[in-house]
Design a protein around this ligand. Structure first.
Ligand SMILES: *Cc1c(COP(=O)(O)O)cnc(C)c1O
Length: 410
């Protein structure tokens, strides 16, 4: 068997054409001819399957070491299909620090649909055990699934896929992992015991901020059949041209991620030493736990980090003055992005919930691209300078104001 980087480039051929083209073709046909009325063609209608999507689905299944892969029109369409395999009344235990859109889908759509959703700190395996176990004596059946993210967003807490999956399995629950932040390059959750892996391939896998896509990989035929039903019947499939864009992105995943991690480490070190920065969240920083990463089956910390500015400094003054970093949501692409979670990516979360999980109003999230680290650091440096000038101005005004109101000028 070939190794990971070779698999990224070549995938598993679908063997559907004899032209010698080194790239799989994009089939735009929605319908495929039958040879005879009683023939069972491999493809009949593109929503149910087509060779371009098959290529991508086999590629991601191989990379995640799963039984079968499925491509969707977005990460949220993928999550919708996965959660639809449960039934009204089922209880799902969910990480308390998940993607805002997933939080909203769970709490504003799936609760209406009858799923019972319980948030828990998945780092606390004891609390998780209690939540999954339920209270059968009092009519609370064990949970049907645990749903969490490999590295949480935007605080970059590392979840222990092996430990969490073991707890889920002890009570017959499925372990479902959103692996968007680390990709199979850094961790393969199925190999660590998870049952279903989800990706917003809009992010690292496609990698160029030019396609919305979602991928699911499952372990076992039974789950594969349930997800295939959801894919085909809910119909949120990824179109052939977009399948090809994700396939192409995947080919350079390792190269991009290596640079993104280097940049995250360089910027993280710079931020740690900056007087306007109160704290830096990046599990790849020395001392933050390289060992902890390895013990949790992670080969790296990825390219996203977050930090808090010191009290009094307005994070918007930093963000509004960046030039190389673009002020934008999303992550995982070749260009560096910066954003304010409380106002941009995590506004769906009620403020109390946000503060409870540590997403303060001062928290800034960066997604590192593949630019020169020195340019990124210079960009942050000049933005911090402006933010500091604004801080001094505000304080000078406040001083004058307090002197006025205290009668100092009377
Ligand atoms: C972006 C994202 C999603 C949603 O994916 P879309 O492609 O935007 O629908 C889900 N989970 C995580 C961790 C994400 O970052």
């Amino acid at each position: 068997m070939t190794r990971f980087n070779t698999q990224l480039v070549h995938g598993l051929p679908v063997d559907d054409n004899n032209t010698g083209a080194v790239n799989p073709p994009i089939y735009n046909s929605t319908t495929y001819a039958f040879e005879r009325v009683d023939a069972m063609p491999r493809y009949d209608y593109a929503r149910s399957g087509n060779p371009t999507r098959d290529f991508l689905e086999r590629q991601i299944a191989q990379l995640e070491q799963g039984t079968r892969g499925f491509a969707f029109a977005s990460g949220l369409a993928a999550i919708h299909a996965v959660l639809s395999i449960f039934k009204p009344g089922d209880r799902i235990v969910v990480g308390d620090n998940i993607y805002g859109g997933t939080y909203s889908q769970l709490n504003e759509f799936f609760t209406r649909w009858g799923l019972k959703v319980e948030s828990i700190d998945t780092q606390d395996l004891e609390a998780l055990t209690a939540a999954v176990q339920g209270d059968p004596a009092n009519g609370i059946a064990p949970a049907q699934a645990v749903y969490f993210e490999t590295i949480t967003n935007p605080l970059l807490k590392v979840n222990d896929v092996r430990g969490i999956s073991a707890v889920a399995h002890r009570y017959g629950a499925l372990s479902i992992v959103d692996n968007t932040f680390v990709t199979p390059y850094l961790q393969q959750p199925l190999a660590l015991g998870a049952d279903i892996v989800i990706h917003s391939s809009t992010k690292y896998l496609a990698g160029h901020s030019d396609v919305n896509a979602g991928l699911v990989v499952v372990s076992g035929e039974e789950l594969a059949n349930r997800i295939y039903f959801a894919q085909n019947r809910l119909g949120g499939v990824l179109a052939p041209a977009e399948c090809d864009a994700v396939r192409r992105g995947i080919q350079t995943l390792a190269l991009r991620m290596d640079r993104q991690q280097e940049n995250a480490l360089a910027v993280g070190r710079y931020l740690l030493a900056h007087p306007l920065v109160k704290s830096v969240h990046y599990p790849g920083l020395p001392g933050a736990g390289d060992q902890r990463l390895a013990s949790k089956g992670l080969k790296g910390a990825g390219g996203v980090l977050s930090f808090e500015v010191v009290p009094g400094v307005d994070p918007a003054d930093v963000l509004n003055n960046l030039h190389v970093f673009r002020l934008a949501v999303s992550l995982g692409a070749v260009e560096s992005l910066a954003e304010l979670p409380c106002r941009m990516t995590h506004f769906e979360l009620p403020r109390e919930e946000r503060l409870k999980v540590g997403i303060t109003d001062e928290l800034v999230r960066l997604s590192l691209g593949i630019e020169d680290a020195a340019d990124l650091i210079e960009d942050l440096g000049q933005a911090f300078e402006i933010a500091y000038e604004e801080y001094i101005k505000r304080h000078a005004e406040a001083d004058v104001f307090s002197q006025l109101t205290s009668g100092a000028f009377a």
